[in-house]
Design a protein around this ligand. Sequence first.
Ligand SMILES: C[S@@+](CC[C@H](N)C(=O)[O-])C[C@H]1O[C@@H](n2cnc3c(N)ncnc32)[C@H](O)[C@@H]1O
Length: 196
Amino acid sequence: MSILRRGSIKNVVNDRIKLGWYDHLLECTKDLDNIKILALGGEIPLVTEALKHINITLHIMDLPGVCKAGRSMYPEVEYFEDLKLVDDKYDIITSYLSLMYVDSLEETLEIYRSRNPQYLVFGHVIATEEKTYIAKQGKVSYRIYNMKDIIELLPNFELVKQDEYPLDYKKLRGKLNLKEDTPIKSLNFYFRNKEL
Ligand SMILES: C[S@@+](CC[C@H](N)C(=O)[O-])C[C@H]1O[C@@H](n2cnc3c(N)ncnc32)[C@H](O)[C@@H]1O
């Protein structure tokens, strides 16, 4: 039985995309013991809040300012400012609305693969049916992904589940500086390691 509890997150979040992502995490923890999770992007302490009452090892990789704040708020969590410096092995690697900010999808997923996790759980990935492209929100650049690019970079993982959430493309187009006429959606999905 999973050691995660849906009830533990209900006070923290009422957003259906976040709950969908959390449900995927719950599924992945069902058969695992002594779970060690790496989360990319931890500014909103959703994972931390949901998991702090249970026995789990949580590592978070984020920008230096977020790590500094996190270390004082959550001393039980280990923070990393560089993805290359995270531990050698995790059971689950996850991210929620954070993969879009990485400089290189290729390098990021290569590091994920090298840590040989049982599951990779992706939450709120902004996706397009067109080619992956980079957009800008003020000074911040971020990527709108084509799902095929993610799948191609994870040959030793099988896609287990994928949920789609429509986004109000017209409303977001100006704000997020999206490409003209390329509708976007949000995806929650997870992979299982074929070799474990
Ligand atoms: C929109 S927030 C999502 C935070 C969190 N996952 C949540 O929703 O509960 C994006 C997060 O990605 C982090 N971030 C931005 N650039 C990053 C990078 N290059 N590598 C890792 N994290 C990054 C931000 O600091 C922030 O914590």
